[in-house]
Design a protein around this ligand. Structure first.
Ligand SMILES: C[C@H](CCC[C@@H](C)[C@H]1CC[C@H]2[C@@H]3[C@H](O)C[C@@H]4C[C@H](O)CC[C@]4(C)[C@H]3C[C@H](O)[C@]12C)C(=O)SCCNC(=O)CCNC(=O)[C@H](O)C(C)(C)COP(=O)(O)OP(=O)(O)OC[C@H]1O[C@@H](n2cnc3c(N)ncnc32)[C@H](O)[C@@H]1OP(=O)(O)O
Length: 385
């Protein structure tokens, strides 16, 4: 796999860092999740993005525990840390310390607000980062408050994925320079960057109307979701005139009797018309009308339906693990070295502590001492059941 041989240490955190680590693991990196000891490991217990990772339980608040991480970092390629600015420094694990000991280390700091600035020390979650990036102000329907679509945008796209991009970019650069570096992955900036199109298209007329009344933000009748007679939904994205024509045809309407596609004043009335037509047939009936056309009309699928949809099945877009759990296949698909996601269950806290420490050069005696000092925890299957 593309990232085979890359050794990653991921300090356990909430949603974004686990996704970042899982992406690296899916593409072949050896990812170790560094958990708190099971008594206090709330975040790891809730981690459902640990595919392909191993778990090492380490108490970083104890000096011996912090020293273990320092030693692990000497043999690692990447460290992902998801804490507020200052936490790692207080533990004596800041980048200046770890990079001095291992100049090849890529030290990825995945936070909401970044390492500097007024909010660097503040708590926050996806919705706050999205808000500060400016993007939240653009999301939502007409006359409604801005709406944060689950925690996908800042946490996962602007955070986890952007941080993974930073890491592979830094790994690529290191292959030329031989040097590691620090990555300051702020979710505010990650999601703002992701929204570059929005920022850079402000003057082209796409966003002249208030929120929810523009072409791509649910203002247009041809870029909207409609309810079907069986309580399901169809997604319509017929933007270009040649595709819009096919939409109109599929709906059984006559173009000559309709206002122009881009007649904004008619959009509310056209939406009502489309809505009343979509409400007359089931989702399956609309699919049989629109499948195999270029009308850009697709069913809004539940997770179950998405996993069993013919198109997704043909591509193998969803995978099933040893426990029968279905999840999305890693993307994108690389032709020679595709990701090979693990089928095994996710790790228990501390399940691999001993084997990881041995691998990183600790002796059995050192491990026993760390264990009796409560700096580490060996397999604790019970805590996870
Ligand atoms: C919207 C999302 C968040 C969604 C997450 C939800 C899905 C889950 C959140 C809570 C979960 C529920 C809960 O756990 C209870 C149940 C548990 C059960 O097992 C399952 C069901 C649950 C109901 C469970 C269900 C779900 O899983 C949840 C609802 C987000 O936006 S996530 C993005 C958050 N932001 C960031 O990641 C940005 C960077 N990080 C931060 O800003 C802060 O870390 C954050 C997130 C604000 C938290 O602040 P906090 O004060 O808690 O931490 P820090 O200041 O960063 O300091 C960390 C301290 O921890 C010490 N430490 C770390 N590792 C170790 C270790 N190995 N040993 C010892 N100590 C350790 C570290 O030293 C720091 O200590 P100090 O503060 O003393 O320096």
């Amino acid at each position: 796999m593309a990232l085979s041989g890359v050794r990653v240490l991921e300090l356990a955190g909430l949603a974004p860092a686990p996704l970042c680590g899982m992406i690296l693991a899916d593409f072949g990196a050896q990812v170790v999740r560094v958990d708190r000891l099971s008594q206090s490991a709330v975040t790891s217990a809730a981690d459902v993005q640990a595919r392909g990772k191993r778990s090492l339980a380490l108490d970083l608040k104890r000096q011996q525990g912090a020293a273990v991480l320092r030693r692990l970092c000497r043999g690692a390629d990447v460290l992902i840390e998801p804490f507020r600015h200052g936490v790692m420094e207080r533990l004596g694990l800041g980048p200046e310390v770890l990079l001095q000991e291992n100049p090849r280390l890529i030290y990825a700091r995945l936070t909401g607000f970044g390492q500097t600035g007024k909010y660097a020390q503040s708590a926050g979650h996806d919705i706050n980062y999205l808000a500060l990036s400016g993007v939240l102000s653009k999301l939502g329907r007409k006359n409604e408050n801005p709406y944060a679509p689950v925690n996908l945008l800042a946490d996962f796209a602007g955070g986890g994925v952007m941080c993974a991009l930073g890491i592979v970019t830094a790994l690529f650069e290191r292959s030329r320079s031989g040097r590691g570096q620090v990555i300051d992955a702020s979710m505010v900036e990650g999601v703002a960057y992701l929204s570059s199109f929005l920022w850079k298209s402000q003057k082209v007329g796409l966003w002249n109307q208030p929120r929810g009344e523009n072409l791509l933000d649910s203002g247009a009748p041809f870029y909207e979701v409609y309810r079907t007679s069986d309580g399901k939904f169809m997604a319509v994205g017929a933007i270009e005139p040649k595709f819009y024509n096919q939409l109109i045809k599929g709906l059984g309407l006559n173009m000559d009797e309709l206002p122009g596609q881009m007649s904004l004043g008619h959009w509310p009335e056209m939406k009502k018309k489309f809505a009343s037509i979509f409400a007359q047939k089931t989702q399956a009936e609309w699919c049989s009308i629109f499948d195999s056309t270029d009308a850009c009309v697709t069913p809004v699928l539940s997770f179950d339906d998405a996993a069993s949809h013919q198109h997704n099945k043909e591509r193998g877009s969803f995978i099933t693990n040893d426990l029968g759990e279905i999840s999305p296949r890693p993307a994108p698909v690389l032709s020679r070295t595709p990701a090979v996601p693990s089928c095994k269950r996710e790790p228990f806290i501390g399940e691999h502590t001993e084997e990881i420490l041995l691998e990183y050069g600790f002796t059995k005696q050192e491990i026993a001492k760390l264990c009796s000092d409560k700096a580490i925890e060996l397999k604790n299957l019970k805590a996870n059941l």
